[in-house]
Design a protein around this ligand. Structure first.
Ligand code: ADP
Ligand code: ASP
Ligand code: MG
Length: 478
């Protein structure tokens, strides 16, 4: 029995026309695969310029403004959400009873949204847990409409809330799955439908704790949902449908002439996603590696384009150029802990990163000078003030004695990363990278080479980031 998981991103279900297109792609897949599971994001950007509502963003903004005491934004958000979803229902669902039934379900979910926002407003604060309950409503609405759109074109389909079977930790806003219970429950919930020839249309992005409290897998998490479900069901392939022709050599918003990459290894893709290629959630690849499940990134709006295949064997992904892709993470801060007291004193690095961990901040990149005179690391910019406070407290004694300097914080930084399996194997790559930047007078403040050795990352000034990305992108050609 062959099984494919098809995931559709926000733009791919962004309005009625996009949903109809997605439904056609799914119907076509059911002719080629014995079993098909669909995972959907919340409705995103529409093809119609008059509708610029991205559902998850709007839900989160409404919740935050309710917490700030604003009693007008969330009822307005509800009206906008109702308009967008009802328009999609009218454009995709032909049967009047079905339209009514699904419309009622959307209104019911939206009443829940309004009630949650009203409570948040009374409380005057919104916890990560409440944010997850609110943020996940977009996927619940989209799954119902997409399943209806499928039934309208003769494909048996049923919407499912992943809160029933993706079991996660209680780390709200970036929960991770507990694979064993998730596998058991996913098999138990989906197999009877698949056996009956029904296409399950599962909500991306969301799960629930063991106790049943809703969680989310982090922004962009529907990609991760698709691979969690694929791993749980031992799928043969995952198709990730988005709004560009696959994974490109760089972010097309920075490099307009970025090209589709035909084949990438899982390692290369993981590095790209981790270092800023927002086309896939950074965790997407991990569940697929163990099961050796290939993933194809395709364009909903150009379905005949082959897109990008992500494979698990290095040999299967030959490349003519050593550097395959260049990515960027903007809005980061570079922190430096330095001073004579660092040299030869054990435990400074440990204390540094324990202090950072206490602020609940994840470190994106680390680089230590060989002289041991400084440790430098990169974190998201918004975490910088609390990290400086925590580090200054941790090392207050050493600072008093002049052994450690005041923490330096460079707030206007970006990480740029060149990715490709050949980087560690080919002599002279770093030379080419630094001359390309040097030729444009772009200063590199720190360097790190990931442990997988298929990526090399550099810190540059934020205002030179795009130029630096384009300079390195020129090295992908040839
Ligand atoms: P979806 O809603 O389908 O999940 P996303 O917006 O999350 O779509 O991801 C697709 C977007 O990622 C593209 O429209 C593009 O702007 C952006 N992107 C950034 N880097 C890359 C890259 N290297 N390759 C392809 N797309 C990229
Ligand atoms: N809807 C969620 C978000 O906007 C998840 C996703 O689209 O992958 O972050
Ligand atoms: Mg996405």
């Amino acid at each position: 029995m062959s099984l494919a998981v098809l995931k559709f991103g926000g733009t791919s279900v962004g309005d009625g026309a996009a949903m109809r297109q997605a439904a056609q792609i799914i119907r076509e897949a059911t002719t080629r695969w014995d079993r098909v599971v669909v995972v959907t994001s919340a409705m995103g950007k529409s093809g119609d310029p008059r509708d610029n509502v991205k559902v998850t963003d709007l839900l989160l903004e409404a919740a935050r403004s309710a917490a700030a005491g604003d009693g007008e934004s969330y009822p307005r958000a509800r009206r906008m959400l109702a308009d967008k979803h009802h328009a999609a229902i009218n454009a995709t669902i032909s049967n009047a009873d079905e339209r009514q039934r699904i419309g009622d379900e959307i209104d019911h979910l939206l009443s829940g949204f309004e009630m949650l926002c009203a409570s948040v407003r009374v409380l005057g604060e919104v916890t990560p847990r409440a944010l997850d309950a609110i943020a996940g409503l977009g996927e619940r609405m989209a799954a119902r409409i997409l399943a209806g759109a499928l039934r309208s074109i003769g494909v048996a389909a049923e919407p499912l809330d992943a809160t029933d079977f993706i079991v996660t930790t209680d780390r709200y806003q970036s929960a991770t799955p507990l694979m064993e219970p998730t596998r058991e429950r996913t098999i138990a919930r989906l197999t009877p439908l698949l056996q009956a020839g029904i296409v399950p249309v599962v909500t991306g992005f969301i799960g629930a704790t063991q106790a049943g409290v809703p969680t989310t897998l982090g922004r962009g998490g529907s990609d991760y949902s698709a691979s969690i479900i694929a791993a749980a069901l031992d799928a043969d392939e995952v198709f990730n449908y988005t709004d560009v022709d696959g994974v490109l050599t760089s972010d097309p918003r920075i490099v307009p002439n970025a090209r589709t990459i035909e084949v990438l290894t899982a390692q290369e893709m993981s590095e790209m996603a981790y270092f800023g290629a927002s086309v896939l959630h950074p965790m997407t690849i991990a569940p697929l590696v163990e099961k050796n499940i290939p993933l194809r990134v395709k364009n909903t709006f150009n379905p005949s384009h082959p897109g990008t295949l992500i494979v698990h064997r290095h040999e299967a992904a030959p490349s003519s150029s050593v550097i395959k892709a260049v990515t960027a993470i903007k809005n980061v801060s570079m922190m430096t802990v330095s001073g004579g007291g660092l040299k030869g004193v054990p435990g400074i690095a440990g204390r540094t990163f324990m202090a950072v961990a206490r602020t609940n901040t994840s470190v994106l990149m680390i680089s230590q000078a060989s002289s041991e005179q400084n440790i430098c690391f990169v974190i998201p910019k918004q975490a910088a003030p609390s990290v400086v406070v925590e580090l200054s407290a941790e090392f207050s004694r050493e600072m008093e004695h002049g052994e450690i300097n005041p923490i330096e914080n460079f707030d206007e930084a970006s990480i740029i990363t060149a990715v490709g399996m050949g980087i560690s194997e080919t002599p002279g790559v770093s030379g080419r990278v630094f001359s390309a930047l040097g030729a444009r007078n772009i200063n590199v403040f720190a360097i790190a080479q990931g442990s997988s050795e298929c990526a090399i990352s550099m810190i540059v000034a934020a205002d030179r980031c795009d130029e630096a990305v384009r300079a390195l992108h020129a090295l992908t050609e040839g």
